[in-house]
Design a protein around this ligand. Structure first.
Ligand SMILES: Cc1cc2nc3c(=O)[nH]c(=O)nc-3n(C[C@H](O)[C@H](O)[C@H](O)COP(=O)(O)OP(=O)(O)OC[C@H]3O[C@@H](n4cnc5c(N)ncnc54)[C@H](O)[C@@H]3O)c2cc1C
Length: 249
């Protein structure tokens, strides 16, 4: 597993992913490749007027052996770190330390995966998905993404394209406050996990009878992560070692 080391990173591009989320593409100033495992995060040392603060951000891009990496930052109202990052201009630099974290998935892992995320919790799962696809993985990887409104669906186009016509990649979205025109799933992610997990388990039984059951990778704010983890390990009876979590708060 790559070990954490400090480095300077320059912001080279930004993009609005949703009304409250900013994609930020950084590049190591020293030109060295940024070596990390899909699912890991990086600490940013932010020079605020009241002093330096450290904030963790999951890496949204797949390891590529280049100096570049992508983050996606939710703007938290009154949050000093995220407000600083939303105001940061292209060309500016920030000190970073990383990578960190054990919420990882081997790109070669053949076990099916159900990725469950809300908001920017999708970022480490996006990294895992792209890393696996790059490695030529044949594993089934299904994403269940939860948001409030349609405009909050992150990486929608990209994930729809990856899943279109694929029997391995599936992209499911549930909206807790979808408008009248929304014809997809509604409610919280927890409400949809039992059905998707059962379906994925049934596919696995056909693909690989006697094989390892699906792994769950859950990322986002604590309340959702805990609810899905308890549901999976409790009512749904998923073994502890197949449930992986990352909490943002
Ligand atoms: C391992 C790890 C990975 C993380 N990865 C990301 C990431 O990829 N993208 C990201 O935006 N944040 C991520 N975070 C959260 C991030 O580190 C900061 O907590 C967040 O940016 C808020 O910092 P702040 O200084 O603006 O506000 P603070 O004053 O530090 O926090 C205010 C409150 O904001 C809430 N909050 C924290 N993160 C979020 C969020 N993403 N969405 C909504 N509310 C939030 C918390 O409830 C917190 O109590 C991660 C946290 C951890 C521990």
């Amino acid at each position: 597993m790559p070990s954490a080391a400090p480095f300077d990173a320059r912001l080279i591009a930004v993009r609005k992913l949703s009304p409250g989320v900013r994609e930020m593409i950084f590049e190591r100033v020293d030109g060295e490749p940024f070596v990390f495992d899909a699912g890991q995060w990086v600490n940013l040392l932010l020079p605020l007027p009241e002093g330096e603060v450290r904030r963790a951000y999951s890496i949204a891009s797949a390891p590529a052996g280049t100096p570049r990496f992508e983050l996606a930052v939710t703007r938290v109202e009154g949050g000093p770190g995220s407000e600083f990052l939303h105001a940061m201009e292209v060309g500016a630099c920030v000190r970073a330390i990383g990578p960190h974290g054990l919420f990882t998935r081997s790109p070669q892992d053949p076990a099916p995966a159900l990725f469950v995320a809300t908001g920017t919790g999708i970022t480490p799962l996006r990294s895992m998905l792209h890393a696996a696809l790059r490695a030529g993985s044949g594993a089934r990887m299904w994403i269940l993404f939860g948001a409030r409104f349609e405009e909050d669906i992150l990486y929608r186009q990209e994930l729809m394209e990856l899943s279109r016509g694929s029997d391995r990649i599936r992209f499911e979205v549930t909206l807790s406050q979808g408008g009248a025109s929304w014809s997809g799933r509604r409610g919280y992610v927890q409400q949809h996990v039992p059905e998707l997990l059962a379906e994925l388990t049934a596919k696995q039984a056909v693909d690989d009878p006697g094989g390892v059951g699906p792994h769950l990778y859950i990322c986002g704010l604590e309340r959702m992560v805990n609810a899905v983890r308890e549901l999976s390990r409790g009512t749904l009876g998923v073994e502890r070692k197949r449930v992986h979590v990352e909490r943002y708060d």
